[in-house]
Design a protein around this ligand. Structure first.
Ligand code: SAM
Length: 302
């Protein structure tokens, strides 16, 4: 033991993690074992313990790579309770690695609370990036990659799913124009696509299945056509659904805005009417002025 190590043992303030302790977030394959990176293997080998969702999934992966680290379960049901103990282990100098069953941890997978706690405790944290189903599907979809919006799983109940999609439509009406990315289970794909077609209409879309695996498939087409296809063809395997961005919509052309502008324009100049409605509604002056111009030129659609 060096003098420094000796000092370290005696004088390390409790709030400082002993050197070496910390958290590494490690991406694992989404199907093809060849996608486990050399850095991922090195990080798993260096770890004192590997936190995983399901030891039955992770143990064979580690065995295949000759990684002998202890496995500890970290899943949605125990993350809150376990996190303080894991933080304490890292404070004591342990290197922990976090993996999920597949892909990048935290993304529709556990780990967010642990990461928050490690950051709050000032512990070193790093990531070994790698496979991710959402981004792999996005780059294969043929849909605009930027901007994109990753949603993960939609609610499984019809009503809740419809409300969530209505919220997304509202965000689009307020200006969001992004390719939308959803995870979905195969047995729900048909109903999910039907709900998406109902919410988003005739948009270009894609269904990416079994990425990086033997039966990888990406089916592209308008949402209603994909919904019709999967209504009669049961899907198998793991699935990502992507919906193209909302077409450019005129800025808020809601009936309320138009009515307010018409009333104001009846009694004042177009410029003053726009300024007064912008102030009353809190909408950007430019946007309201453009709408007033469109109304006065009689170019309103419908
Ligand atoms: N953390 C993972 C990631 O980085 O992609 C995702 C975990 S989430 C619990 C699992 C979902 O991801 C699956 O239900 C499916 O929607 C999607 N997924 C995972 N692997 C996939 C694959 N090989 N092909 C298509 N989708 C996949």
């Amino acid at each position: 033991m060096t003098h420094q190590d000796d000092q370290h043992d005696v004088t390390e303030p409790a709030s400082e993690p002993p050197s070496g302790g910390g958290l590494t977030l490690v991406a694992t394959p989404i199907g093809n074992l060849g996608d486990l990176s050399p850095r991922a293997v090195a990080a798993l080998k260096a770890a004192d313990a590997v936190l995983c969702e399901d030891t039955r999934v992770t143990a064979p992966l580690l065995a295949r790579e000759g990684v002998g680290a202890t496995l500890l379960a970290l899943h949605d049901h125990n993350e809150i309770g376990t996190t303080p103990r894991l933080v304490e282990r890292m404070r004591q100098g342990q290197k922990l690695a976090l993996v999920s069953d597949a892909g990048m941890p935290l993304l529709s997978d556990p780990g967010f609370r642990l990461v928050g706690a490690a950051i709050a405790a000032g512990l070193p944290i790093t990531a070994i990036p790698g496979p991710n189903a959402a981004l792999t599907a996005l780059i294969l979809s043929g849909l605009p990659p930027n901007p994109h919006y990753f949603h993960g799983f939609l609610p499984t109940r019809d009503g809740q799913r419809a409300s969530e999609l209505a919220r997304l439509r509202a965000a689009e009406r307020a200006g969001l124009t992004a390719t939308l990315i959803f995870y979905e289970a195969p047995h729900r794909l048909g109903e999910c696509l039907a709900a998406l077609a109902e919410a988003f209409g005739d948009r270009p879309a894609a269904v990416a299945r079994e990425l990086t695996k033997r039966f990888e498939e990406v089916r592209r087409g308008p949402l209603p056509a994909l919904a019709a296809h999967y209504a009669t063809h049961a899907a198998r395997g793991e699935i990502v659904v992507l919906v193209g961005p909302a077409p450019e919509e005129a800025p808020d052309t809601g009936a309320a805005l138009d009515a307010a502008l018409r009333t104001a324009m009846a009694g004042m100049s177009l410029r003053d009417a726009a300024a007064s409605v912008a102030e009353a509604t809190g909408l950007p002056r430019k946007q309201v002025y453009a709408r007033a111009l469109a109304l006065s030129a009689g170019t309103r659609d419908g």
